[in-house]
Design a protein around this ligand. Structure first.
Ligand code: SF4
Length: 239
């Protein structure tokens, strides 16, 4: 079986614990207009790689996995290649390698992977399904189910909320996020990521139109959003 990889490289601290070999898989089922890796959205492209080759590469790299490191799969959206991803995760665990995935949480089969994942990073971009669908193409029902399933299965995800002015950054939004997540506040750690434009040039390079405007979140809005989550009992972290 093969897995389609956009790019790979080592990264420390942002994609799970320690020093990690990070594979960006090709293809995403969402179309977020702020995406910083727009070249990863298309399902064509990338490099088809034998799973056995990837596993051998990770095994050979084990000396580099210091400070609790290992292998992370991100994207694109890694779960759009779920069968291949599952196979590779099983093989990595058989070799004693720490595994992490960073997912948008939309795949209803995500819980199949839980027993092979040591560290789960999930996005939760909007509390309102219609708003999420309008901006990205998919609503949030499955994401919420997967957050619940992860918490109930002891996978206690790191939840990343990208806050974007005009999309989800208001005080009412912070209260609505809190309401949806209130049953899991002891199990979740939340990272709030402020909107940035790091991917803007890549949109042009890939002949894609960058449509985001007036999306920066100022300090006051950011602090207010964080304060509401904290006052509602959530643990915020920065990786
Ligand atoms: S889910 Fe992530 S990779 Fe996919 S389009 Fe959105 S930001 Fe980009």
């Amino acid at each position: 079986m093969k897995i389609n990889i956009l790019q790979k490289g080592f990264n420390f601290s942002q994609d799970g614990p320690g020093n990690r070999l990070v594979y960006h898989l090709q293809g995403c089922n969402l179309h977020c207009p702020w995406c910083s890796n727009p070249e990863s959205m298309a399902f064509e492209g990338g490099t088809e790689t034998e799973i056995s080759d990837l596993v051998n590469e990770a095994v050979k790299a084990q000396l580099m996995f210091f400070d609790g490191g290992g292998v992370t799969f991100t994207g694109g959206e890694p779960t759009v290649q779920l069968n291949a991803l599952k196979e590779v995760l099983i093989n990595l665990k058989e070799n004693g390698i720490n595994t992490a995935i960073e997912t948008n949480g939309t795949n209803p089969r995500l819980p199949e992977l839980f027993e092979y994942i040591d560290y789960l990073i999930m996005d939760f971009k909007h509390h309102n399904s219609d708003n999420l669908k309008e901006f990205t193409g998919i609503g949030n029902e499955t994401i919420i189910k997967n957050i619940a399933a992860a918490c109930e299965n002891g996978k206690n995800p790191l939840l990343r909320i990208p806050i974007i002015h005009g999309f989800n950054s208001g005080a009412e939004d912070a209260e609505n996020f809190s309401e949806i997540l209130k049953n899991y506040k002891e199990k979740l750690r939340i990272e709030i990521l402020r909107y940035h434009e790091y991917g803007k040039d890549k949109w042009k390079q890939n002949n894609m139109e960058y449509t985001m405007e007036n999306a920066f979140v100022d300090d006051e809005e950011f602090e207010n959003f964080c304060d509401i989550l904290k006052s509602n009992g959530f643990t915020l972290i920065k990786t």
